[in-house]
Design a protein around this ligand. Sequence first.
Ligand code: PLP
Length: 364
Amino acid sequence: MAPTSRAGDWVRPAVRELTAYRVADADGLVKLDAMENPWPWPEELRAPWLEALGEVAVNRYPDAAARELRTALRDGLAPPAGTELLLGNGSDEIIQIIIEALAGPDRTVVTPEPGFAMYRILAEALGMRYVGVPLRTTDFGLDRAAMLAAIAEHQPALVFLAYPNNPTGNLFDADAIAAILDAAPGLVVIDEAYHAFAGRSWLGALADHPDLVVLRTLSKTGLAGLRLGFAIGHPDWLAEFEKLRLPYNINSLTQVSARFALTHWAPFERQAEAIRAERARLHDALTARPGLTVHPSAANFILFRTPAARARAVFEHLRDRGGVLIKDLSGAGGTLTDCLRVTVGTPEENDRFLAALDAALAAD
Ligand SMILES: *Cc1c(COP(=O)(O)O)cnc(C)c1O
């Protein structure tokens, strides 16, 4: 028996009350649970990429300013003039930095729910009040009146909107977002993690909204393992956030790999295109199955509802008998009762998922 430690006496209560973010074990399973791009690094880019990596001096610290990578990002994005860029070890890290900069016991973050789990986890960890505003139950659209009421009541330092939303996949109504931008007294962050599959963006709105920050990531388009996210916004906000960024948060191998990918983007764009086509096929195939309710998605995943009280059994059947891992959201209850979320995979993976789903739905 190990001796008793003092962790329980000293770790902040807000931290002790958290539960660590659990990632499901996907060993040997078709992995359709985490919104990854199903295809590996494009074959034709493999040799030149590895050659570029061979040049990296890993005995040296990375370029703290990641200058060449920032240039490649700016060239690809063409953000409105006068905006700044902040790089993070995944956009999760940027969410953490933003909350760290704005947190305080009397400071509130408002965000629609169901939404991205990290907003709540990080707000609670860093000592910020968290207010979740339920989405409409019918279509997971923004409840405009409820959002505006929450903003009026709590005067939030921070509003998070994921566009498209995770885990529901839909794009919120643009007029409702515009009204939120007008009403919010603090910063509004629009998280465009699924931008590559959505075809719509608020990047252009930065030109006349100094208190808007847009988040993007390379994770969902094929580079989840590299961990690179970025924020675009007014220099006043980003200069403050920059002070909280650890100097070497983007490692040298990521800087070189991401820059290489961004300057050879065509195959990654073709992969995103193939995912959008498969999303349409998967949506139709799911809709054709009796008993399922399928939600339209502008992302690389689809949320669907099983017949009443069947979600857990279907999820387990898929995993344990079908060899396919998806995400079970039904445990959260509320509007996500009976809901499962599947990431769009390769055509073969999607076929395997659909066959396993048929078997799961047929089983009692
Ligand atoms: C996946 C996801 C992220 C996190 O992306 P990383 O860059 O991998 O940290 C952020 N926001 C939303 C809404 C996501 O779904």
